[in-house]
Write a protein that binds this ligand. Structure first.
Ligand SMILES: [Ca+2]
Ligand SMILES: [Ca+2]
Ligand SMILES: [Ca+2]
Length: 233
C-alpha cells in the first residue's frame, strides 16, 4: 500500500516495485532521524568538528617535525662539507662574495651565496657538489664572474625545508647585519629580513665563536626566534 495506491491495488510491475522499495527506505530513514533530538544531532556534529580540528592540528605538527628533522640533516651535510673544505683550505669559507672575488648585483643572501660559491669554486675542484634538491635562489640573481667549477652562473643558496635560504656567518661578521630574501613566508612583511649571528642562551656570548653559524628561520619562517634550526644551541 502507498499514498498513490491506498488499497494496495497497484499492479506488480517492476516500476511499481521500485517505487514501493524507495518509499520503504524513506520511511526507515525518517524513523531513524526521528530517534534523535536536534540537540543530540548538534552535539554529534560539534564532536565531529572537534575531532577534525584535532586531526588537522596533529597532522600539521607531524609535518612540522619532519621539516625540522630534514633541515637539521641539511645543516649537518653543510657542516661535513665545510669540515672537508677546511681540511684543504685551512679555514671555513668566507661569508663574503667580495672576498671570493665574485661580482654581485645585490647584497641579499650574501653569506649563503658565498658558502655555496666557495664549496663549488673552480679553486676547489675536489669539492663535493650539493644535491640540486637542496638548492634555491630566492633573490634570483647571478654573476658575470666565472667562479663555478661546472659553469653555473647563478648565485645559489642552500635552502631549508620551507624553501628559505640557510644563513651562513663567520666570526668576523658576528655583530654585522645581513639581508636575506625569503622564498616563502606566511606573512608578506617577512619576505625580506635582517639576519645577524646569535648569542648562546647558556653563556650569553657569541655561539660558535671560533667556527661559524648556520641558521634556518625554521617553521615560523622568521630569523632570530626560538624555533630557528641551527648548528648550535
Ligand atoms: Ca644575492
Ligand atoms: Ca641568490
Ligand atoms: Ca624562526
Amino acid at each position: 500500500m502507498s499514498e498513490s495506491d491506498p488499497v494496495g491495488t497497484m499492479a506488480a510491475t517492476p516500476e511499481n516495485e521500485t517505487r514501493r522499495r524507495s518509499r520503504r527506505r524513506k520511511l526507515v530513514f525518517t524513523c531513524v532521524v526521528a530517534g534523535f533530538t536536534l540537540i543530540e544531532i548538534l552535539a554529534v556534529l560539534a564532536i565531529l568538528g572537534l575531532l577534525m580540528s584535532m586531526a588537522v592540528f596533529f597532522f600539521g605538527k607531524q609535518t612540522e617535525r619532519a621539516h625540522v628533522t630534514k633541515t637539521d640533516s641539511t645543516i649537518k651535510i653543510l657542516e661535513g662539507l665545510i669540515t672537508s673544505y677546511q681540511g684543504k683550505k685551512g679555514g671555513p669559507p668566507f661569508d663574503s662574495l667580495a672576498k671570493l672575488k665574485i661580482r654581485s648585483n645585490n647584497d641579499a643572501n650574501e653569506g649563503a651565496e658565498a658558502l655555496y660559491a666557495a664549496l663549488h669554486s673552480k679553486d676547489y675542484p675536489e669539492g663535493t657538489s650539493i644535491a640540486e634538491e637542496l638548492l634555491g635562489n630566492s633573490d634570483n640573481d647571478d654573476t658575470p664572474t666565472t667562479y663555478h667549477r661546472n659553469g653555473v652562473t647563478a648565485l645559489l643558496e642552500v635552502k631549508d625545508s620551507w624553501g628559505n635560504p640557510i644563513a651562513y656567518i663567520r666570526p668576523e661578521s658576528y655583530g654585522k647585519q645581513f639581508r636575506y630574501v625569503m622564498a616563502e613566508t606566511d606573512d608578506p612583511n617577512d619576505m625580506e629580513q635582517a639576519v645577524s649571528a646569535q648569542k648562546s642562551k647558556v653563556t650569553g656570548v657569541w655561539a660558535n665563536a671560533d667556527s661559524y653559524q648556520l641558521i634556518s628561520a625554521g617553521p615560523d619562517q622568521k630569523f632570530g626566534t626560538d624555533d630557528d634550526v641551527k648548528n648550535f644551541k
